[in-house]
Design a binder for this molecule. Sequence first.
Ligand code: ZN
Length: 241
Amino acid sequence: MIYGIFSDIHSNYEALTTVLKDMLQQGVTHPICLGDIVGYNPNPAECLELVRTLKCPTVLGNHDEIVSGKKSAEHFNEMASEAIQYSCDNVSPDGKAYLASLPFHQKIEDFTIVHASMDEPENWNYINSALEASSSFIYQRTPVCFCGHTHVAKIFIKEKKATEQKPDPEMKLKRTNRYLINVGSVGQPRDGDWRASYAVYDSEKKILKIRRLEYPVETTQKKIRDAGLSERLAERLITAC
Ligand code: ZN
């Protein structure tokens, strides 16, 4: 199976369609969504509709949870709150019910998918370091786990202890190790590289590729301004931090 694993779309339609086109070129047969379909950018309803047409395994993200109505946005900063309100106003009741139905994590073949971390997935912990990854590894029952949430593609490897490394464009996973793989963000990368990020995983050959793709970012920025969303959201797409 060739999986295309993508996360943190955040209502960026141009980045999402670019990633889906690349998946076809990469021979992806099974797309998988790690959540945060909505929030921040100007096309929450369109992105949600597109992800739903894929009929692919999808887990809940923290922005999805708020738009679904299951939780309030009280812990969000002003910029995120304003954008989440925009998503709430633009997603249909049917779309909200779909988001509310998503699980926190799911097992697929030899791997698990989760938005943030396997320890307390409902608390949306951020895994930025090998130490933080250690807590998630304790609850990881499969050799490989894919996550998102930080918007930074990174690979954590558990041999005797957990270590981290920046992803190579292509790497072969060892069957003797355990991996926690952050696939980065489709719609709002935060690692200094503005290009959309996602992973291609060949589960038989155990080959992982992190793909980075240019997309028509000026179109998304114009839509952000036209929608009256914060200028900082438009700038952030280019500064990628
Ligand atoms: Zn996110």
